[in-house]
Design a protein around this ligand. Structure first.
Ligand code: NZQ
Ligand code: ZN
Length: 391
């Protein structure tokens, strides 16, 4: 196990009706709030009304910025920064999924970036950590990205078509309100995409080359097994509180960095997915259900024992003494079957994506990076080969 430090100060407020406490939670930080949200799902399902009522009850002034799209855009971030300055905003409240939260985080950091500095080039394209941000709070409407307590944001530049992230403790939300009832209105495909993303966050951490990490291995395995059990049930019973609560809690824990302390996660599949998202504007989860199995097939020889452990402990595959490769491939196959059971694609052609941009995506992946991924350091050729495997 490697040495580590762990710090995650996000207050998690979990349970039925908890969005009615938004005003109370915002109050200590804010005189004037930017209420940031997406394409309108919160207006249809009543979350908007309850959040606004709670802010009004505490007499908190707010201005609104709606219209965040999946794969949130840098142009919206720039609009948000200008609005925050104009309106003298001192707190950003994100009400939505990962895209809304990430847009809020990027606005919060950009607010403090010297206007003479090119925010995108200096931070997103180099990975320079963010040091200062407006405080933000979250009312989460779908479990998936884990951005509600994570220290990162992922944004797509609509001009250059790069999808890149920045990190920094200053972006960890002050609070995350998680009411699983607010997930009931999610479209089924979003339930599946969200579960694929959560599963991918667990696998990115699981596939490490660091040894003697048995405790966090077991926590990750338990989390994966919980999701394998509950994800299909959520599709069958979308309004079952107990089922949605299990998924909501795994979703947050999967990405608040607790489960990767003392180990080094991979993140190559995420990076490969982000290149796809930047060009094709597909959902993050459907990109991962394609790229992760392809990555697994490409890299397992780097540490077969870890893949045997994954197959046996997560999927209950028997050890094939005479042919361990069979055990490994069965573990990868079971992962694909899980994604298919959720109605997700496992090959690019299912999303009508052909090889036109494979080389371009592989090259963009390595812009300003020596390599991608940690389990195996991926080169441009490796990335290209993985896209070919995913065809
Ligand atoms: O925009 P609205 O109308 O709200 O609709 C959204 C959107 O169309 C809808 N939705 C959300 N909650 C709903 C709902 N519809 C009905 N009822 C509800 N309760 O779902 C659609 C997808 O929302 P989005 O926020 O895009 O999904 P998700 O949470 O999966 O976020 C994806 C983004 O997060 C990034 C991804 O790259 C992607 O851009 N990630 C962020 C991370 C982080 N900051 O730590 C880590 C992740 O690995 C990920 O990369
Ligand atoms: Zn993800």
């Amino acid at each position: 196990m490697e040495q580590f430090e762990y710090y995650n100060p996000a207050r998690i407020v979990f349970g039925k009706d908890k969005e009615l406490e938004t005003g109370r939670l915002v109050k200590p930080y804010a005189k004037k709030v930017l209420l940031h949200y997406g394409g309108g799902s919160i207006k249809k399902n009543g979350v908007y009304d309850r959040v606004v009522a709670s802010l009004r009850q505490e007499q908190i002034e707010f201005v609104e910025l709606a219209g965040v799209v999946p794969n949130p855009r840098y142009s919206m971030v720039q609009k948000g920064i200008a609005l925050c300055k104009e309106e003298q905003i001192d707190f950003i409240l994100a009400v939505g999924g990962g895209s809304v939260i990430d847009s809020a985080k990027a606005i919060a950091v950009g607010y403090y970036v010297d206007p003479s500095v090119d925010y995108w080039e200096t931070y997103f394209m180099t990975g320079k950590p963010a040091e200062k941000a407006l405080p933000i709070g979250v009312v989460l409407t779908m479990p998936a990205a884990g951005s509600e307590t994570s220290s990162g944001t992922v944004v797509t530049n609509d001009e250059t078509h790069f999808k890149r992230s920045i990190g920094g403790e200053c972006m960890i939300p002050k609070f995350a309100i998680i009411n699983p009832e607010n997930n009931y209105t999610m479209p089924k495909y979003q339930i599946s995409c969200g579960c694929a993303d959560i599963f991918a966050h667990l696998m990115e951490r699981y596939f490490t080359q660091v040894s003697h990490v048995d405790y966090s291995d077991r926590l990750l395995e338990a989390s994966m097994k919980t999701l394998i059990h509950y994800a299909p049930l959520a599709l069958e019973h979308p309004c079952d509180y107990d089922i949605r609560a299990e998924i909501a809690w795994v979703g947050t824990i999967a990405h608040n960095n607790l489960l990767d302390r003392g180990r080094l996660g991979d993140w190559g599949s995420h990076d490969l997915q982000h290149e796809l998202g930047a060009i094709y504007d597909i959902y993050h989860g459907e990109g991962l259900s394609i790229m992760f199995p392809a990555w697994m097939k490409y890299v397992w020889k780097e540490n077969p024992e870890r893949f045997v452990q994954f197959a046996m402990r997560v999927w209950g595959v028997d050890y094939a003494m005479e042919d361990p490769e069979r055990t490994i491939l069965e573990g990868i196959h079971q992962t694909e079957v899980f994604f298919q059971r959720l109605g997700l694609p496992i090959r690019l052609h299912e999303l009508n994506i052909d090889d036109t941009h494979f080389r371009e995506m592989a090259e963009k992946l390595l812009v300003n990076r020596e390599y991608a991924g940690n389990f195996k350091h991926l080169t441009v050729d490796d990335a290209y080969n993985i896209y070919c495997l995913a065809k």
